[in-house]
Ligand binder design. Structure first.
Ligand SMILES: Nc1ncnc2c1ncn2[C@@H]1O[C@H](COP(=O)(O)OP(=O)(O)OP(=O)(O)O)[C@@H](O)[C@H]1O
Ligand SMILES: O=C(O)C1=C[C@@H](O)[C@@H](O)[C@H](O)C1
Ligand SMILES: [Mg+2]
Length: 180
């Protein structure tokens, strides 16, 4: 698996919650004619409950174990577009596996831009619940060192999801051509 050509590697999107991994990943998969896997959606389907309920009933450590299993299983496939949950890359086992076997792309956003999305996210992200904006900025900052471990990154602040997916598609096609 380690020496797979670039074109066969899964494309794994990482980044802070709400940056657009799910939205962009789905669009990118369509544009590249690839299958799309959203790890949060897979977990919800497999566990038969929403992520907020999973956190409520079993707690975060249980969620992280399940998350690890799903990411390792999904990333052992080929040629997929895989969107991780926002906290997945803080797990070393997930980082190490994805960095070795997949193409990891970090979708970045400045905290000031991200703040504008808080109202869209609080309902179904238990990690955000009850935190002040200052605490959220601390969480955002503390996760940057995990996201910094990537193969490629882009700042998404002023772009639509479709613009981000199109840019990624063009960059990937160029990279695939160069590898031939
Ligand atoms: N480029 C964008 N510009 C503006 N809004 C966006 C953009 N991308 C996504 N959104 C919106 O932000 C919200 C969060 O997007 P999405 O669920 O794709 O984030 P995510 O990175 O998958 O989050 P999580 O880490 O929680 O899985 C959605 O309401 C989505 O419509
Ligand atoms: O950033 C996080 O820790 C999370 C992000 C979401 O994608 C979900 O995976 C869950 O709500 C935890
Ligand atoms: Mg998502």
């Amino acid at each position: 698996m380690k020496n797979l050509p670039l074109i066969e590697r899964n494309i794994v999107l990482v980044g802070f919650m709400g940056v657009g991994k799910t939205t962009v990943g789905r669009l990118l998969a369509q544009k590249l004619y690839r299958d799309f896997i959203d790890i949060d959606a897979e977990i919800e389907h497999a566990q038969g409950m929403s992520i907020p309920n999973l956190f409520r009933k079993h707690g975060e450590p249980f969620f992280r174990e399940i998350e690890k299993e799903h990411v390792l299983q999904a990333s052992a496939s080929r040629m997929k577009v895989i969107s991780l949950g926002g906290g997945a890359f803080t797990q070393k086992a997930i980082r190490d596996y994805c960095l070795q076997h997949c193409l990891v792309i970090f979708l970045d956003i400045r905290f000031d831009s991200w703040k504008e999305r808080i109202h869209m996210l609080t309902g179904n992200r238990p990690i955000l619940k009850g935190k002040s904006v200052e605490e959220l900025e601390e969480l955002y900052t503390s996760r940057q060192q995990a996201y910094a471990l990537n193969h490629s990154q882009m700042t998404t602040d002023s772009l639509t999801a479709d613009e981000i997916a199109s840019y990624l598609k063009e960059s990937l096609i160029t990279a695939y051509e160069l590898e031939k």
